[in-house]
Design a protein around this ligand. Structure first.
Ligand code: NOJ
Length: 570
């Protein structure tokens, strides 16, 4: 009797413990207000990120070929203010400076991308390898490693060689799979002795939808209803091929990992008691992150995508679905090609069911989903139009990944917030708030059991923000683009992020409040420094152009005057 009783007491106790733990970390509850003080697992990796076209500049230097972004940004009317990435942050020339900034933050890793046309100017390996391009990344990788910073390297952050676009139609063409594989193989060969974390594609959703469906991004094609699906199909195959190349040819020797970085907003049902809204929200996430993650983890597209696009295609009188299909061999080849999953996340939407008409002329990725997106007007939106700060969505998305894909190893590869500021502002307390809350939700997700190994703040520097030009600043460091030297200045969020890193989390309320106070104090003095900068640039112009011109003119005038005097004497 006694042992049984002891057992049931234990049982009840365990149940209470479980319940209270579940209450702390019940991810289905919108515990907006609660902040969790605690630390990240030992060895958690803290980082910041960038990408080649957004920061390097040097678009036509040292033998680099053109990318689709070079060409697209030079076309009038494609980018805000017709800006380009021609010089951007001049990162190509500032490897040492930027590594110092990374050191200053005490980051464990730095995420950057390799520009394909900088290495292979035509995109095709057998044409020509640009050794100067190789040297640039050698220098960056070596410098990072000398400073004990782990490089996490993306192979494709949107800058497809222009020749491949012109010759084959870019990602519309299956031949990209082999060309990309050759490029990736070259990177493994040249850098794989030092790089152990590879990301094949960054945010393929954007490449497919914004590059081939809406045309807001390079190459600017508007192939509505088909272009995005076709591009994604080839990207997924290219990813799988590169993973297999690494697995069979390099893994044993180099012992690295190959993953992909997928972006995904979280979709929350408007009415959580309405089954149609619940299904619509699920569809939103499946059409976003699931579009790529499901083939990679389970071998095929999400069932809901197959059903919806298939059904609409029939209604539109098409013989086959606009969503391409994988053969059984392809499915098993693609399934399991992910050593870690990169997750890029910025924001959330409320979702409700909405039936879209399925005429052939209106067919599009967006109308295929049969849903409407809503936002809560109370959500803060300091910068980009699409970016509302909704920290709890991050925890939900991470839990979704855990349950849907068998709790894979996750690196958060992008998370951050922009600002739309006409005047200079280094005191970015809204960014501090964003990082604090989003990182805290990630900590809660880890407590939920999500296997997150690292976090990458997006981005290290202000940089070229694609079709938005330089109007949206995501950087921890402010870049003065008006000054040709592109100087970097720390925003207050640098101080705050640094504290999170050195404490590996959030020790207690008092300390975290102190961090914020100190960060904001130090930024105001830097702010004054920068506010004086137009004067500095003005002074530079005075010393570099006006003074020499005036001097030369005075010398000339004096010489003429002297000659005139001498002549008169004679
Ligand atoms: C995702 C993209 O990968 C990155 O390049 C961009 O800067 C951020 N989104 C913010 O828009």
């Amino acid at each position: 009797m006694l042992p049984r009783c002891a057992f049931s007491v234990c049982h009840v106790l365990m149940l209470v413990l479980c319940l209270s733990a579940a209450e702390d970390f019940d991810w289905t509850k919108n515990d907006h207000g609660s902040f969790y003080y605690g630390t990240f697992p030992a060895g958690f990796s803290w980082g910041a990120g960038s990408s080649a076209y957004q920061t390097e500049g040097a678009w036509d230097k040292d033998g680099k070929g053109l990318s689709i972004w070079d060409v697209f940004s030079h076309k009038k009317g494609k980018i805000q203010q017709n800006e380009t990435g021609d010089s951007s942050c001049e990162g190509y020339y500032k490897v040492k400076d930027d590594v110092s900034l990374i050191k200053e933050l005490k980051l464990n890793h730095y995420r950057f991308s390799i520009s394909w046309p900088r290495l292979l100017p035509t995109g095709i390996k057998s044409d020509h390898i640009n050794e100067k391009g190789i040297q640039h990344y050698d220098q960056l990788i070596d410098h990072l490693l000398e400073n004990k910073i782990t490089p996490i390297v993306t192979l494709y952050h949107w800058d497809l060689p222009q020749v491949l676009q012109e010759k084959y139609g870019g990602w519309q063409n299956i031949s990209m799979v082999n060309h990309f594989n050759e490029f990736a193989n070259l990177c493994f060969e040249r850098f794989g002795n030092r790089v152990k974390y590879w990301i094949t594609f960054n945010n393929p959703w954007s490449v497919a939808v914004e590059g081939y469906e809406t045309g807001e991004h390079a190459p600017g094609l508007k192939l509505r209803g088909t272009g995005a699906y076709r591009a994604a199909h080839h990207i997924i195959k290219a990813h799988a091929k590169v993973w297999h190349t690494y697995d069979t040819q390099w893994r044993a020797k180099q012992k690295g990992l190959v993953g992909i970085s997928l972006s995904g907003d979280w979709g929350e049902p408007v009415d959580i008691s309405n089954q149609k809204d619940i299904e619509a929200a699920e569809r939103y996430v499946q059409f976003y992150l699931g579009w790529f993650a499901t083939p990679i983890f389970h071998g095929d597209y999400p069932q809901v995508m197959k059903d919806f696009i298939g059904k609409k295609s029939v209604q539109q009188g098409l013989g086959t679905s606009r969503l391409p299909t994988f053969s059984p061999q392809e499915k098993s080849y693609i399934k399991g090609t992910c050593d870690f999953l990169g997750v890029g996340h910025f924001t959330t939407r409320y979702i409700t069911q909405k039936n879209n008409p399925s005429s052939r002329s209106s067919s599009s990725y967006f109308s295929d989903r049969d849903l409407a997106e809503l936002v809560d007007p109370r959500w803060p939106d300091p910068g980009s139009e699409w970016l509302y700060s909704v920290p709890w969505g991050f925890r939900r998305l991470l839990n979704f990944v855990k349950t849907q894909y068998g709790n894979p190893m996750i690196y958060v590869t992008e998370n951050g917030v922009s600002e739309k500021m006409l005047c200079t502002e280094l005191c970015d307390d809204w960014r501090i708030q964003y990082y604090k809350d989003y990182i805290n939700e990630m900590l809660k997700a880890i407590k939920d059991g999500v296997n997150v190994k690292g976090y990458t703040a997006w981005s290290l520097l202000d940089k070229f923000e694609w079709d938005e030009g330089y109007s949206e600043r995501f950087g921890l460091y402010y870049v003065d683009f008006r000054n040709k030297n592109k100087p970097r200045y720390p925003k207050a969020s640098v101080q705050f992020y640094k504290r999170i890193i050195s404490s590996n989390g959030f020790p207690n309320q008092r300390e975290v409040e102190n961090w914020r106070r100190k960060a904001v104090e130090t930024c105001s003095s830097s702010n004054q420094l920068l506010a004086a900068d137009p004067l500095t640039s003005h002074m530079e112009m005075v010393t570099e152009i006006v003074v020499p011109t005036v001097c030369t003119l005075s010398i000339l005038l004096s010489a003429i005057f002297l000659m005139f005097l001498l002549r008169r004497r004679n």
